[in-house]
Design a protein. Structure first.
Length: 312
């Protein structure tokens, strides 16, 4: 059985984390990267030879904060429906106590994760409860995936930033979707180095490189790389210095990049505006959501390197 300090994989001297920083000597990789994901590009582990334990006082503080919040919510909700004050008090105290107990227990549970992004796929291993537990294993090979759908949203409440949520979903042909999602708190900067967000970002980068060979094949055979959108336009084709839009009715409209007045990616949407106001159904412009386009990062790469689009 493995112990807390057992390592199943020794990173090479130049190994990088998913965030692009150097893998530190204290990182313990308790599960080795599977051969099917190919050469490891990035790796990270939250298991350390110098574990940083949160103090009991900090756990108690978090538990009390959540307990107070839960109690206030229950009190407010029950007050709205005219429940007797005695019942409100009892139920609020029960909710607060249950929340405190759950928070304290959850905060003290052992957890560790190590993950890899390889040339041909990704792997993630999770431990919970004990260092000697059997790791939960998730492996996804790029050859089994059809496309990647991504979204990233900044949330604001009363004009004040509260969090950023993200979802990365690799759709697979014969297996369940490989999904990475979470939340981080950083409006102007990046999340901490070991935040799970970087696994998703590094995986997207490797996936895009995997797709490039197919994009080059399409370019050589067809003269363009095609991307589905879903509505009107149904398809967008990117070629050498041109963009072509295919409607659901099968209508094709080609525009030279030099004739575009503006192309931008803003607030999670691609926006295209032609110099001719009569272009594109008399509106001269159209837009669609970044999250609605599969393999959106490859689309951006093709726009920049193939079509020569400069984003405003």
């Amino acid at each position: 059985m493995e112990t807390l300090l057992d390592a199943a994989w020794a990173p090479p001297a130049n190994a990088q984390t998913h965030a692009g920083t150097a893998v530190t000597p204290d990182m313990i990789f308790f599960a080795a990267p599977p051969a099917e994901i190919g050469p490891v590009l990035t790796a990270a582990s939250t298991l350390s030879s110098e574990p940083k334990k949160r103090s009991i006082l900090s756990e108690v503080g978090v538990a009390l904060f959540l307990a107070s919040f839960a109690g206030l919510i229950i009190w407010a909700l029950l007050s709205l429906i005219s429940v007797p004050n005695g019942v409100i008090l009892v139920l609020s105290l029960v909710a607060a106590a249950a929340t405190a107990a759950w928070s304290f227990y959850d905060g003290r549970v052992f957890r560790a994760e190590c993950s890899y992004v390889g040339k041909y796929g990704m792997a993630r291993y999770s431990l919970k409860g004990s260092p000697t537990a059997t790791p939960k294993t998730e492996v996804m090979c790029f050859e089994n995936a059809t496309h990647l759908q991504t979204s990233q949203t900044r949330h604001y409440k009363n004009g004040v930033y509260s969090r950023t949520s993200y979802v990365y979903i690799w759709r697979q042909r014969n297996n369940a979707d490989f999904q990475l999602k979470g939340t981080y708190y950083s409006e102007s900067g990046q999340p901490p180095t070991l935040d799970p967000f970087y696994l998703a970002a590094s995986g997207e980068s490797a996936w895009t490189q995997h797709l490039l060979k197919f994009a080059n094949q399409d370019l050589a055979e067809k003269g363009y790389v095609e991307f589905p959108v879903g509505k009107d336009p149904q398809l967008v084709r990117v070629g050498a210095n041109f963009l072509e839009f295919i409607t659901q009715a099968g209508e094709q409209q080609r525009a030279a990049v030099a004739d575009m007045q503006n192309v931008e990616l803003k607030s999670g949407r691609f926006k295209f505006k032609h110099r001719d106001a009569k272009w594109w159904s008399g509106k001269g412009k159209y837009n669609f959501a970044y999250s609605g386009m599969p393999n959106a990062r490859l689309f951006i790469l093709c726009l920049q390197q193939l079509a020569g689009v400069q984003f405003s």
